[in-house]
Structure formats: structure tokens, C-alpha cells
Design a protein around this ligand. Structure first.
Ligand code: EZ4
Ligand code: CO
Length: 427
């Protein structure tokens, strides 16, 4: 008869019974947080086990980075030391249930960082790219969408043409709104779009009426120039009421969008019923969600078509798989957030996740700068409008800590938005 491992390690900490039959243990001996700013801020957690294997996880919460650093350093890392890195689910539950204070972006970001680092370790120990541990590839690659933006409709469409020429099968279109000085998603002249653009929040002015008049003409022109073989997307960025969003959805129906994103703030999930009853334009929501509970009603009632939660903000691979499984039951597909504030570590994790889940929809791609890419050497790549995580063992991404140390944290906040009469509004 085969001897069973001792039960003494019930709490997942090392109990001196290493080497007993059947017990495979990877004791966590250290964990540290690395903060760096290669053109923008990133927070990364590195966990190391007794045999020297290390794994990394993204912990970046745009504009609130240092809150997660403290949560990890002061409250999570002390609980990790001595635990078995292989017990990913148990550690997830330990950090989620064990904190007593559940959910929230800071907590879930910290849990995500631990979770992804542990999956990285497990896959490295197995000698396999992570997606193989998640059931293997369900497709050849992950279709991505790029960002085309410009001050005018013409500039935006020229950018979209450039994306199609590079092989993109899907493009998000955001154009300046006539009569508004600036708006979400549109870069300042000659710059890349990076919303966290001030040491204190910059302020912009918003007019729903002006915005609503500007969107349909953009997509009308886009179909004229780009034709029908490319997927087109648009991000409302939480700025409409349900009835306004319904009107926009109806107006955009002739242009067959792949999705209309964040049409209205999603705290009140029932608000989406009204939009859904009125329009067949597909809806995507969830980049600020941090647990399955934020999307429960939206998914259950089939009020959305794509759930945009992503690895770093929604509890890591472990919790994202739970969200995807629940979504799959309701014909909702994934569409992970992938702006520049999601680090290459998150992108790698999102690609392993996306390649493996049955109900993958699309992945957002906003390429990082060369400086960021140099700090995070990675195996993932882009070809023909698709991304693939690569076949290196683990996540296939690392952080060059020496290089990272050269770029000190620089406080950078997202903007705020006011109505033209000065009322605070949604950004
Ligand atoms: O505003 O990532 O779809 N993408 C987006 C992003 C978010 C930023 C916030 O950190 O909405 O541009
Ligand atoms: Co968005």
C-alpha cells in the first residue's frame, strides 16, 4: 500500500515532513514587491520557493499603486512565508476569506498578484507553459483589438487603416468630440494615449449631448472606408444613463459593432435591463470589476455579451477562471481589459487564460513602450491580429530588477471629469 503524506501540513505551512511519500512541497521562503516606472508605474510581486524557483504577478492599480504595495508588504507577505506554493486554491481562499474584509480593488489586486506568481511557479516546476496546466490551447491564438484614436473622424479612421494594414482584425475607434477640448481615449497631438497624465488629477469638461451627436457619424464613415471585414469597437467609458446608452446602441446598429463598452456605470447591474431591451448592439462591461459578484446579475440575466474583468484586478487566474466558467453557462464571452496600466506580467497571464478558456471573446491590446518591454522581457508575441503567450515554461515573462530599479515611482493620477456647469461627473 502507498503511504499517504502526513496530515500535519493541514494549514499549508511547512511542518518538517518534507520528503515523505507523495508530498510535493514548494515552501515559500521569500516574497517582495518591486515598484518601477519605465514610462508609467508598475507594481510586481516576486515569490521565491526553497529550491530557488521564482514566480511573478502584476499588482498594478492605476493611480492607487502604493495602497497595494502596503497591502502586500504589511499584510499579505508575512502570511505567505512557510506556506506551500503549490496550494494555489487554498492560498487564494486563505487570503480572500482570511482577511474577513472581502473584495475591493486593493485586496483583489494583491490576491491576484499572489495567485499569478504561484501559477507561474507551478508551471515552471512542471516545465510547461501555463496554458497547458489550464487545459491546453482551445484555439490557435487570442484575437486582439487595437486602439485607433484621433482629434477628428478622419484622423481616427486613418489610424484604423494603419491598424488593419498591420494585420489587426479588430479596432476600437475613439474620436475627439466637436466642442469639447479633450475626451476619454483620444491622445494629445503627437503623443501616445496614456490616461494617467498628472501628478494630481487633470480636469476635463463633458457634454453628453455633444458626445452623442459625434459617435454615429464616426462609425458611418468608418464602414464606408474600412468595409465590413474588420470588427469595430467603441468605449463609452461609463458616461451615459441607461436610456441615453439605449439610444446610442440603436443609432449604432446599422454599423454592426463588435461591442459597445461600459455604456453606463455598472454598480447598478439592473440598469442594463433597459439598454438590453432596446438594442441589439452587443455590450461589454467589467474592466473595473474585482470579483464575480460585480457581474453576477449582468451574466445571469444575459444583460451583457462580454465580461471585461482581467487577471490583475479580479483575483488572478484562479478567480478569472471562475468568472469565465459562470459566464460560459450564459453565453457571455471574455474580453479582458488590456490598457497600458496592465503590465506585461498581466498580459502574459491574460493570454494563457484566453488561450485556454472555451468562451474567449477578444483581448484588448495597447502596446507598451520600448522602455516597459525592456524591463519585462517576455515570450508573448503578435501575428496576424492574434497574440500567443509563447511556449516558455511558466508565464513566459520576467522582470529585470536591475533595470527596474533605475525607474523610480512617479505619482500619476487618472483625470476627473466635470459637466460644463462644473458638476463632478464620471470619468
Ligand atoms: O480607462 O486602463 O478600455 N480601456 C479603458 C482604459 C482605462 C484605464 C484605467 O486605468 O477604459 O483606458
Ligand atoms: Co474601457
Amino acid at each position: 500500500m502507498v503511504a499517504l503524506p502526513s496530515m500535519k501540513a493541514r494549514d499549508g505551512r511547512r511542518a518538517g515532513q518534507e520528503g515523505e511519500a507523495g508530498l510535493v512541497m514548494a515552501e515559500i521562503i521569500s516574497a517582495r514587491v518591486i515598484v518601477t516606472c519605465p514610462d508609467r508605474n508598475f507594481v510586481t510581486l516576486r515569490i521565491e520557493t526553497a529550491d530557488g524557483t521564482t514566480g511573478i504577478g502584476d499588482a498594478t492599480l492605476n493611480g492607487r499603486e502604493l495602497a497595494v504595495v502596503s497591502y502586500l508588504q504589511d499584510h499579505v507577505i508575512p502570511c505567505l512565508i512557510g506556506r506551500d506554493a503549490h496550494r494555489i486554491e487554498d492560498i487564494w481562499q486563505y487570503l480572500y476569506k482570511g482577511a474577513y474584509w472581502r473584495r475591493g480593488p486593493v485586496t483583489m489586486c494583491a490576491i491576484a498578484a499572489v495567485d499569478v506568481a504561484l501559477w507561474d511557479i507551478k508551471a515552471k516546476v512542471a516545465g510547461l507553459p501555463l496554458y497547458q496546466l489550464l487545459g491546453g490551447a482551445s484555439r490557435e491564438g487570442c484575437m486582439v483589438y487595437g486602439h485607433a484614436n484621433g482629434a477628428t473622424i478622419e484622423e481616427t479612421i486613418a489610424e484604423a487603416v494603419r491598424h488593419v494594414e498591420q494585420g489587426y482584425k479588430a479596432v476600437r475607434l475613439q474620436a475627439g468630440v466637436p466642442g469639447l477640448k479633450s475626451t476619454y481615449g483620444v491622445a494629445k497631438p503627437g503623443q501616445r494615449y496614456e490616461p494617467a497624465d498628472g501628478a494630481l488629477p487633470t480636469e476635463s469638461l463633458w457634454s453628453t449631448e455633444k458626445y452623442l451627436r459625434s459617435v454615429a457619424p464616426l462609425f458611418e464613415k468608418a464602414r464606408e472606408v474600412l468595409g465590413w471585414d474588420v470588427h469595430l469597437l467603441h468605449d463609452v467609458h461609463h458616461r451615459l444613463t441607461p436610456i441615453e446608452a439605449a439610444r446610442l446602441g440603436v443609432e449604432l446598429e446599422p454599423y454592426r459593432l463588435f461591442w459597445l463598452e461600459d455604456p453606463t456605470p455598472a454598480e447598478n447591474q439592473a440598469g442594463f435591463r433597459l439598454i438590453r431591451e432596446k438594442t441589439t448592439t452587443p455590450l461589454a462591461v467589467g474592466e473595473i470589476f474585482n470579483t464575480i459578484w460585480d457581474a453576477k446579475q449582468l451574466i445571469e440575466e444575459q444583460l451583457i455579451d462580454y465580461v471585461r474583468a482581467t487577471i490583475v484586478h479580479a483575483g488572478g487566474i484562479t478567480h478569472m477562471r471562475r468568472i469565465a466558467s459562470f459566464a460560459d453557462l450564459h453565453q457571455v464571452r471574455t474580453g479582458c481589459h488590456g490598457a497600458t496600466d496592465l503590465s506585461p506580467v498581466c498580459m502574459a497571464a491574460a493570454l494563457h487564460f484566453g488561450l485556454s478558456v472555451p468562451n474567449f471573446g477578444i483581448q484588448e491590446l495597447m502596446p507598451h513602450t520600448a522602455k516597459t518591454d525592456a524591463v519585462f522581457p517576455h515570450a508573448y508575441g503578435f501575428r496576424d491580429g492574434m497574440m500567443h503567450p509563447g511556449d516558455a515554461p511558466g508565464l513566459g515573462v520576467d522582470i529585470d530588477e536591475e533595470l527596474a530599479a533605475k525607474y523610480e515611482y512617479k505619482r500619476a493620477y487618472l483625470p476627473v471629469n466635470r459637466l460644463e456647469d462644473g458638476t463632478m461627473f464620471n470619468w
